[in-house]
Design a protein around this ligand. Structure first.
Ligand SMILES: Cc1cc2nc3c(=O)[nH]c(=O)nc-3n(C[C@H](O)[C@H](O)[C@H](O)COP(=O)(O)OP(=O)(O)OC[C@H]3O[C@@H](n4cnc5c(N)ncnc54)[C@H](O)[C@@H]3O)c2cc1C
Length: 505
């Protein structure tokens, strides 16, 4: 079911010409302290036995979200940087992750928009969906972004090597048939979808292939309960497929706020997606053009496509980490300290390959930390406590701060403010969709700990609240903020009374 274009995502733009160190144009690098001195500043004379003569100050393996940012920022500080990428510039996010996924989410939402338009007086006639148009327009946009990434790296003076890189020693990297040396090495190799072992798992696809399907399926089974599974359930359903989602746990979206999880499950069901919790796949069998999926409870389902989204594992195997002396942790992730140093002090790791949060802005922030710490004498690390994030299901989820379940364990005076309502748009359309918002406040010092939302544009709304919560805003500050009327977001500054207080329970 894959197009020719699936192969194209394995292609890269041509390898850029290396710049000499004199061509690199640092954007006003600060004077470097001895511990951050660039390798090339102390080498090249060859007359001192202790002087190390490395090809690069920093060599980055993997040009995804984290690697590209680290490389660009390091080069901006005047470092000589090389980056190896074996598949696609921009990594998962740009090619088979956030960006194409969000474009598909936009595409999927038009089905409801066309319906809703009638209540506002629009006669849109019969609306037909043409999958190849969406797929190929998306691919063109991704190719444009690949070019932009190439230009950004090249413009920053980073040498791009379009090949697989493998460590062959603490300071050595083999790229194609060349062996290169680097004073510092950054492993930013990301993660890859895991397909669990069950009979017939060769018939399933993962999110990687979902972006390049030849034909749009009429019936889809999604296996998994994380955000990628839930988002794709919304995408397929919005684009017109009949969708089942099977998850082995009792409720999907583990790790998100319990109230929001239950709320969104109801919303997704009401849009026609069949959610089967406590359901494990037993096997998949091809029967002509159909796939028969058998579950452990004895039920079966015939579909055209099975997509597995049961997690991603760090890309750390076959990288030569052992040769460089780097330890691996549980599940293959690379253990790092708070400054992203592995057990080998000059080898760093960031992004999905470490055991923190698998999100693009987190990988980028970690990459910034490594570049600033190495070449601008700083000691930065990421605060993982208040990372805002969104799930682009329908309706969206936006969240920042702990879940109510986590907050209850840490804050004995927790106050919970909650509101659920029909969005104004649907007063005319009659659509049953509702919005839910929740604020968690520490009753002891009035600080707002978390904001959770399920509703249209939740990600956009929560991003702003993330600033307020990171800055330590109190419920008093929220109350003193004038709402923007009429919006859904104003509800966050007009929730007056908590619906429950932990100390009362
Ligand atoms: C379907 C999907 C949707 C997502 N949606 C979101 C979202 O909405 N928001 C969000 O924040 N995050 C989202 N993510 C997660 C996000 O894409 C990742 O967290 C992010 O891309 C991690 O960045 P990274 O730099 O660690 O790795 P990656 O972006 O995966 O980059 C790693 C790169 O390393 C390359 N590489 C690996 N090994 C080698 C080697 N030996 N030599 C050379 N190159 C190598 C790979 O080819 C790859 O390009 C999504 C992910 C998926 C799969």
């Amino acid at each position: 079911m894959l197009t020719e274009s699936v192969m194209r995502y394995y292609l890269l733009s041509p390898v850029s010409r290396p710049r000499s160190r004199h061509q690199a144009e640092p954007h006003g690098p600060k004077p470097l302290e001895p511990r951050n001195r660039l390798a090339h500043e102390s080498c090249g004379h060859g007359d001192h036995p202790a002087v190390r003569n490395y090809d690069y100050d920093l060599f980055v393996i993997g040009a995804g979200s984290g690697g590209v940012r680290a490389a660009r920022v390091a080069a901006g500080f005047g470092a000589r940087v090389g980056i190896a990428e074996e598949r696609y510039l921009g990594g998962t996010c740009v090619n088979v992750g956030c960006v194409p996924k969000k474009l598909f989410v936009y595409g999927a939402h038009f089905a409801e928009d066309f319906d809703d338009a009638r209540a506002y007086g629009w006669d849109v006639g019969g609306a037909d969906f043409h999958w190849p148009t969406l797929r190929d327009n998306k691919t063109r946009e991704i190719e444009r972004l690949n070019g932009i990434y190439h230009g950004l790296l090249d413009g920053a003076g980073v040498e791009i090597l379009a090949e697989r890189a493998v460590l062959t020693g603490p300071h050595r990297v083999r790229v194609g048939d060349r062996t290169l040396t680097a004073e510092n090495i950054l492993v930013a190799t990301g993660s890859w979808p895991v397909v669990p072992p069950f009979p017939g798992n060769e018939h399933v696809i993962t999110s990687n292939e979902a972006f390049y399907l030849d034909q749009f399926p009429e019936r889809v089974l999604i296996i998994g309960g994380g955000y990628i599974a839930v988002e794709f359930a919304g995408i397929y359903a919005g684009l017109g497929a009949q969708v089942w989602l099977a998850y082995r746990g009792e409720l999907f979206l583990r790790g998100f706020d319990g109230g929001i999880r239950r709320f969104v499950a109801d919303e997704i069901r009401s849009k026609g997606v069949e959610l089967r919790f406590d359901t494990r796949i037993h096997g998949v069998e091809r029967r002509g053009s159909e796939l028969r999926c058998r579950f452990e409870d004895g039920r079966h389902l015939d579909v055209d496509l099975v997509m597995v989204a049961t997690g991603r594992s760090p890309v750390s195997g076959g990288l030569g980490l052992e040769a460089a002396g780097v330890n691996l942790g549980d599940g293959g992730s690379i253990p790092v300290d708070r400054y992203y140093r592995t057990n080998v002090p000059h080898i760093y790791a960031i992004g999905d390959v470490i055991d923190r949060l698998q999100l693009t802005p987190v990988a980028i922030a970690e990459g910034m930390c490594v570049a600033h710490n190495l070449f601008n004498d700083e000691s930065r690390s990421v605060d993982y406590g208040k990372v805002p994030t969104a799930i682009f299901c329908q309706p969206n989820i936006g969240t920042v701060g702990p879940t109510e379940e986590e907050a209850r364990r840490k804050h004995p005076h927790l106050a919970v403010y909650e509101s659920s309502f029909k969005p104004m748009k649907h007063t005319l359309t009659g659509r049953g969709e509702r919005t839910m918002m929740k604020l968690l406040v520490d009753g002891e010092d009035d600080r707002v700990l978390a904001a959770h939302m399920c509703g249209p544009e939740a990600g956009e709304i929560i991003q702003g609240l993330g600033v307020a919560i990171t800055a330590g805003a109190t419920k008093g500050d929220f109350d003193a903020t004038i709402g923007i009327h009429p919006t859904a977001a104003e509800e966050f500054v007009t929730m007056r009374d908590p619906i429950r207080r932990l100390e009362d329970q």
